[in-house]
Write a protein that binds this ligand. Sequence first.
Ligand SMILES: [Zn+2]
Length: 122
Amino acid sequence: MAELFVTSPCEPCGSCRSEAWQVVVDGRLRWEQQEYCTAEGHAYQACGGGWGPPPPRIRERILAGEGAVRLAVGGPDGVPLAAVRELYGLTLPQLRDARAYGIDATPVEAQWLGRMRDGARG
Ligand SMILES: [Zn+2]
């Protein structure tokens, strides 16, 4: 269940800044977002967050800022299919593609998936 709260007293302007990042808390993946304004008199401020992968527009921003990590899925060296499916909520055809071509994860997602892979092994 995604938990999401956003407060935006007004629309963002050219001086509004936005930051988004991911963390692992108690073994679970979480995303956080914070927006604020540097222009005088503009009270724009918003924040949000939730468990699991971030919304697409936020995830794209994280990927653009931090780069994507290509991961193999399934097999002896890949991250577990079940973990990938659970994290991204993939359909079976998407999961087949992921297994065939790998997936592009954010660095923190890669860290979380890597932990699932190593945990399954040990
Ligand atoms: Zn602003």
